[in-house]
Design a protein around this ligand. Structure first.
Ligand code: 13P
Ligand code: 13P
Ligand code: MG
Ligand code: MG
Length: 374
């Protein structure tokens, strides 16, 4: 059976502040999607959250970028926004950058990862959802580990199904263009680009053996769409596991090291990406640290069997502990780089306003220092 798995997310109101999700938003979005399932538009769905982001996970038969499916997601976000407004939740409708839906959520605020595949005899998939970070930042390094690093993924060495390698589709999110790196041969070239994750984001990974899609991420950048800071592009990713892909445990292993990502407070800081169970998907300290949940499903005839809360496991306690130690360490830098993002990155967010305000205050280095206050 041919199935499309669509994960579409938006922040339509935080509870409290940007920290978490009010249950009423999940309930409202669930009502909208349940109605769509009853009339056959989607096969199955789940509504989850990470922090203040509402996550719609849907299976259907209509392929990626389908106007009806995107329209459904938009409708669910609008309905949840109404509830958020009624409760005066924080930033109600934050990620819906337009009043009118135009056929596709891409470029309109929500984040989106979709893949279409022929269901295998058994189809394990993992949906990763992060808050207070961005796609390249959260997923470039782990995707490299999963699909290209034998020290992470034993299967690259010992499984014939994997050792034909993987193609990485990398997007230049500033220039709106893409490049494919064929690995392992082109590993160094791949790393040269994806090591700068704010500009170059891995959009998808494909098996070279079968051509099948292995992973897809959301790479929308809100600030580039809106032209100002309107919240982070809290990303999602879908990864297929087992068979010609890494095992579930190899996919998860890539997150056992809480690497530094951009995001966190006001979307303007570096901090560790902490893998957490669903019950801890709540951004508190300094609006974070940035967090990641993993929902495991078996897809069966289009149905979503699950989720299993894959990071809700003591095996990731050490990663969380390290994340907290790193959070303590880096927080003490306060407003200094590299805790705060570099100037160039702030230029797309909060800096232009400040620059404008102080525009006339700059003097030549040789000028005498003026006396008095300002
Ligand atoms: P099982 O023998 O439990 O199926 O595990 C196989 C495997 O590949 C684990 O990574
Ligand atoms: P969100 O992008 O999750 O809404 O967070 C915004 C923010 O400013 C957090 O400090
Ligand atoms: Mg928010
Ligand atoms: Mg968020």
């Amino acid at each position: 059976m041919r199935v499309t798995l669509s994960v579409i997310k938006a922040d339509v109101g935080g509870y409290v502040g940007h920290s978490s999700m009010h249950e009423a938003l999940i309930e409202r979005a669930t009502e909208v999607l349940a109605e769509a399932r009853d009339r056959g538009l989607v096969y199955d769905f789940r509504v989850l959250n990470v922090g203040d982001d509402l996550e719609l996970i849907m299976t259907h038969g209509r392929g990626a970028d389908n106007p009806e499916i995107h329209g459904l997601a938009w409708k669910a976000f609008e309905a949840a926004t109404e509830v958020a407004k009624g409760l005066k939740l924080y930033g109600a409708g934050q990620d819906l950058l337009s009043d009118a839906f135009s056929g596709n959520v891409r470029g309109m605020g929500p984040g989106c990862a979709e893949m279409t595949f022929e269901e295998r005899r058994s189809e394990p998939v993992i949906v990763f959802m992060a808050d207070k970070t961005s796609a390249g930042s959260a997923f470039n390094l782990p995707l490299y580990r999963m699909f290209a690093d034998p020290f992470n993924t034993a299967g690259l060495v010992i499984s014939e199904a994997l050792n034909s390698g993987f193609n990485f589709e990398v997007h230049d999110v500033l220039e709106h263009r893409k490049i494919i790196f064929s690995c392992p041969e082109e590993l160094y070239g791949l790393l040269a680009f994806i090591g700068s994750p704010l500009r170059y984001a891995v959009k998808a990974v494909y098996s070279r053996g079968t051509g099948e899609v292995a992973a897809v991420t959301s790479t929308e950048r809100l600030s580039l769409i809106a032209g100002r800071y309107v919240g982070k592009d809290d990303p999602v990713m879908i990864v297929r596991a087992q068979g010609e892909f890494p095992a579930v445990g190899e996919v998860l292993e890539a997150f056992s090291h809480p690497h530094l990502v951009e995001g966190w407070m006001r979307g303007s800081h570096h901090g560790p990406l902490m893998p957490v169970g669903f019950k801890d998907a709540r951004c508190t300290r300094f609006d974070g640290p940035p967090r990641l949940v993993a929902a495991g499903f078996q897809v069966s005839e289009g149905r979503l069997i699950g989720p299993v809360d894959l990071f809700g496991d003591p095996a990731f306690d050490k990663a969380r502990e390290l994340a907290l130690t790193v959070a303590d360490y880096i927080r003490r830098h306060g407003p200094f780089e590299p805790h705060r993002l570099p100037m160039e990155e702030m230029e797309y967010t909060t800096l232009p306003k400040l620059m404008q305000k102080l525009r006339d205050r700059w003097l030549p280095i040789e000028a005498p220092v003026p006396t008095g206050g300002f």
